[in-house]
Design a protein around this ligand. Sequence first.
Ligand SMILES: C[S@@+](CC[C@H](N)C(=O)[O-])C[C@H]1O[C@@H](n2cnc3c(N)ncnc32)[C@H](O)[C@@H]1O
Length: 288
Amino acid sequence: MRIPVRLTWTSGIYLVKVKNLAGQSGLYPLVVRNGTGERCDCGSAVHMAGVQRVSGFQLIHGGTRRPPRAVRFLRAALRPTMGHGRVSTIMRLQLGCFNCPVEGWVNTDITPHILVARVPFLPAVLYRLKLLTRERYGEHQRGVFRGLKFMDVTKRFPFKNDRFEAAFSSHVLEHLYQAQARFCLGEVHRVLQPGGILRLVVPDLDRCVESYDPDKPDELCRAMYESTHPRDKNRHHWMYNETSLRRLLEGVGFRDITRRSYRTGDCPDVAIIDNRPDSLFMEAKKRG
Ligand SMILES: C[S@@+](CC[C@H](N)C(=O)[O-])C[C@H]1O[C@@H](n2cnc3c(N)ncnc32)[C@H](O)[C@@H]1O
């Protein structure tokens, strides 16, 4: 006898309640291996021809039952994937892009909007509840967050070595603690191809300090720390000028470190990828 195995079953021994065409029903131990169901070799099992219906089952030993749909959905939504779950051929990586994804790049972030964008009608519901601004809702309607990949830059990147020709990050590094920033740049170096380029954009510490007005000391602090943000990831944890950024890049192995200006440099798509003119722009290469 074979019992149709439901998609929700994984390997293990189940107790199933079945009914045949003649209306007889009985409880059967069932071994499920690799997606097939075979009757367990158990003396108490009644042989039943023509199983018509499986009306209930209970895992009694072994494998795990499939997690509930909501858990599976959350896992899938947050799993760092590329190109809608397919292996992507895109060779450019953007870190912490938020609402500035660029076509032709693997655009990543840890913003909750990635999850919101994957639940049908959720942006509209949140907007109705006044939990999304009109601007953010408009971005959801335009699909801005739909193609983003969830990737925490403080964790090992889910990519093989030497994969990307270019990496770009704008106003993200200052949101990391120093050790995290070093780790993140080490990961960027690892996933870049030999000769690959990194373009790094951060608020310029020198510029920030130059703007200091002793009559308005809070303004400098606000610019330095962005401490009014409720979420830790949106506050600043360190700041850089050209010297400190150069040292940091050298420390993780980058070469040819060059200061650039807004929308100029060797990075692909440089004319469209920058969106913050008053910043410090640096490019660096992985040894070829
Ligand atoms: C100031 S926004 C910059 C957004 C965009 N790159 C820009 O230039 O407008 C900083 C972004 O970094 C993201 N971020 C902060 N910590 C992160 C982390 N550990 N991993 C990935 N992204 C992070 C935030 O979610 C946020 O979207």
